[in-house]
Write a protein that binds this ligand. Structure first.
Ligand SMILES: Nc1ncnc2c1ncn2[C@@H]1O[C@H](COP(=O)(O)OP(=O)(O)OP(=O)(O)O)[C@@H](O)[C@H]1O
Ligand SMILES: Nc1ncnc2c1ncn2[C@@H]1O[C@H](COP(=O)(O)OP(=O)(O)OP(=O)(O)O)[C@@H](O)[C@H]1O
Ligand SMILES: [Mg+2]
Ligand SMILES: [Mg+2]
Lengths: 225, 225
């Protein structure tokens, strides 16, 4: 459902160039649970942003459901993303002026979900990540791992078809991290949601059906369990 | 060298109260390498902020080098921290308008280090965390793990006596995380720097001499290897 063809991403820094991604070919199939691993700085977040349409690569083509992302305008891409793609960011990106509940409700407002359904869905999502007792806290009144979990709840609340997770358990203790991974595996199994999970945790990677390894902006391994 | 006596920290939220820390007694000795573990939301970051004088607890006393922190003015505490305490924050807290090198140089400017020494010391610190080739990048031009490593370099550059690390390897792959931990262990051994490391990584905790476990704002275990 997502196809990358010869995708490259580079940044000019004064006289030198940084190649974040080099000629990446990638096919993601519907319903897959895929881990994306690799050293710090190898291009994982960049690849995830390209897959999710947040970054237009400097070269190459990205197809989502067979449509070339180049043919979408900024607005169309934005609307498409809101409907089909959930994102868990490496630095959470929560709105600091809104409470946890309000942050989780945002995708439902964009999707024009009815206001009486919205409250139940947002509360359910917060409950699934164990934060019902923190729903009125703003991000600044939450611990790092709690902010991470609000960001997970926000990504899943509208059950999008594709969820892209940039290190979703990096700030969580082992037990809480396992609970979040179980939640992801269940949504993959029950709702057939496609997941790409960037992770540094080998335990998380080993529980995914497919593991893509990145190094210096290139895919050098792609194995299935 | 750092002593907490019956320290409590609570936050009022509307009609309810959140107890982030409850009557914590803690003695930290010079030269110790201590891990601080516990579930997400258990109070680790709050405890680290109190130890480092960044948060004045709602109750209890904090002594650093036998002086009660209450007796310091805001300014005195600030000067004291700059000279004696290095901090690696859970969300890095880098200055987004400065390059990696400039961020790492800041503590040296505050410590009135001579400008020709500053450049060498900052470059050495970036080299120790493997980021010499990224020194002119601003935080927005760095990966998550690279930002984390700049924040490590900034905390160690002036070799403070005490370094407080809030999950210093959370965004790093296993190999890079090991390198950072080796760096910490070496500075503890060679320079006798006191470290308190909040971590969710059991491998990191097992390599420390002392392990304090927190749960619901209370210390329930304190063991030495
Ligand atoms: N300003 C605040 N107002 C209200 N509650 C707060 C505030 N800051 C922190 N808390 C609460 O205090 C508790 C402890 O927070 P703390 O950040 O110390 O946890 P932590 O152990 O570092 O967690 P993590 O491992 O997730 O980073 C959390 O339950 C959090 O919701
Ligand atoms: N705006 C930018 N300008 C210049 N270089 C950049 C920019 N953004 C990212 N980079 C570089 O691109 C490379 C890949 O970055 P990316 O964030 O994708 O890495 P990552 O694999 O997610 O790393 P981590 O595991 O540390 O999060 C890094 O070496 C980084 O320094
Ligand atoms: Mg990243
Ligand atoms: Mg914390």
């Amino acid at each position: 459902i997502i196809k990358l063809k010869k995708v490259s991403q580079h940044y000019k820094m004064g006289d030198s160039v940084v190649y974040a991604l080099s000629e990446v070919d990638l096919d993601i199939y519907s319903g897959e649970l895929t881990a994306l691993v690799g050293p710090s700085g190898s291009g994982k977040s960049t690849l995830l942003n390209v897959v999710g349409g947040l970054t237009k690569p400097t070269m190459g083509d990205v197809f989502i459901y067979d449509t070339n992302v180049k043919d979408y305008s900024e607005n169309q891409m934005c609307l498409f993303r809101r409907e089909h793609i959930g994102f868990i960011f490496q630095s959470f990106n929560l709105n600091p002026t809104l409470t946890a509940l309000e942050n989780v409700t945002m995708p439902l407002i964009f999707a024009r979900v009815d206001s009486k359904d919205r409250e139940k869905m947002a509360n359910d999502a917060l409950d699934l990540v164990g934060l019902s007792d923190r729903k009125d806290h703003k991000p600044g009144e939450l611990s790092g791992g709690q902010q991470q979990r609000v960001s997970v709840a926000r990504a899943i609340v509208n059950k999008p078809k594709i969820i892209l997770c940039d290190e979703p358990t990096g700030n969580l203790d082992t037990k809480t991290g396992k609970e979040i991974l179980e939640l992801i595996k269940e949504m993959n199994r029950v709702n057939q949601i496609t997941f790409i999970i960037v992770t540094h945790d080998i335990n998380v990677a080993n529980q995914c059906q497919r593991k893509i390894s990145l190094q210096d902006g290139k895919i050098f391994n792609d194995e299935r369990n």
